[in-house]
Design a protein around this ligand. Sequence first.
Ligand code: APR
Length: 311
Amino acid sequence: MFNKITVVGAGHVGATQALRLAEMQVAKEIVIVDILEGIPQGKALDMYESGPVMGFDTRVIGANGYDEAAGSEIVVITAGIPRKPGMSRDDLLATNAGIVREVSNAVKKTSPDAICIVVSNPLDVMSYVAKETTGFPASRVFGMAGVLDTARYRTFIAERLKVSVEDIQALVLGGHGDTMVPLVSYTTVSGIPLTQFLGQDEIDGLIDRTRKGGAEIVAYLKEGSAYYAPSAAVAQMVEAIAKDKKRILPCAAWMEGQYGISDTYLGVPCKLGTGGVEEIIEVQLTKDEQAALEKSAEHVRGTIAKLKELT
Ligand code: APR
C-alpha cells in the first residue's frame, strides 16, 4: 500500500476523488489541498469520520498548503475552474494553466518523486503544463481522459444492447474533446466485435454521444461539469499504479514518436504500474483511425501553441 496520495482541489472532482481513494484503501493517507480556507479540512474530516461505517482506516486530512502533502507518491491535480454550458474545454485554457503551473511548482518542491495525474481541463494541455513546470519525466506526468471517455462509450453500448457494462471492452484514443477517436475495430462485447451487433449508423450515433458526453452533463448541471465518472476513472488508474497491476488503460501520455506522433500529449493505450506510464502500446489502426488520431494531435498541439502565445 502507498503511504500518501494527495488530491489537489477540494471541489466536485477533488472531493469525490478523495473519498473514492479513501474507501478503496490504496494509501495509508489521503491529503486534500485547496486554496479555500477550511473547505479541504472540513471535507476531509467529514470523509474520515465515514471510515467506521464504510470500513476503511485511511486517514484523510485537508490543508491549504503543501507541508502535509510532502512526500506523496501520487498527486492528482483537479484544481481549476470547470466548464459552463456553451463553453469548450479549451475556453478554460489561460485560467487553468495559471492554476496548474502554481500547483506543479509546489508539487515539484514538496513531492519530487511523485507521479502526477492531471484532471484539470483542457486535459492534454494541462498535462503539458504540469510536465514542463515540474520537469518530471513524462512517465510520471500524464492525464486522465481515455478511461472516462471509454467508460461513457461502454455505458452507451451496454445500455443499447441491454447487456452488462462489464462485458463491453473498448478503447477511446485521441485528445479529450471533440476530436477523440473511439476505435470501433477494438470494441467488443465479450470478445465479439460490436459490428456483429449494430449497424454503422447506430455505432456512429453512440460515438457522437460519447464525443459530447461531457457537454451533455454540463448542459444538465449548468454550474460545473461531471465528477462521478471522472473520479472513478482516476481511481482505476491510481489502483493500477499503487498495486503495480500493469493494466493497459488509455491515458493522455507524452508522445515521442509512437503512432508517428511527437511533441504533444495524446490519449493512447498505456501500461500503468508503479513507474507510472511504463509503456505506450501501439495498436494497429485503420487509415481513417490513424488520420483521426493525427488530426486530434494537431488540435492539441495548436492549443499548446495558443497557450504559449498567451503567456
Ligand atoms: N490550488 C489549489 N486548489 C485550487 C487552486 C489552486 N491554485 N485554484 C483553484 N482551486 C480549487 C478551487 O478552490 C475549487 O475548490 O479547485 C477546486 C475546483 O473545484 P470545482 O470548481 O468544483 O471544479 P471541479 O468540478 O472539481 O473541476 C475541476 O477538473 O474535470 C476538470 O474541467 C474540470 O478543470 C476542471 C477541474
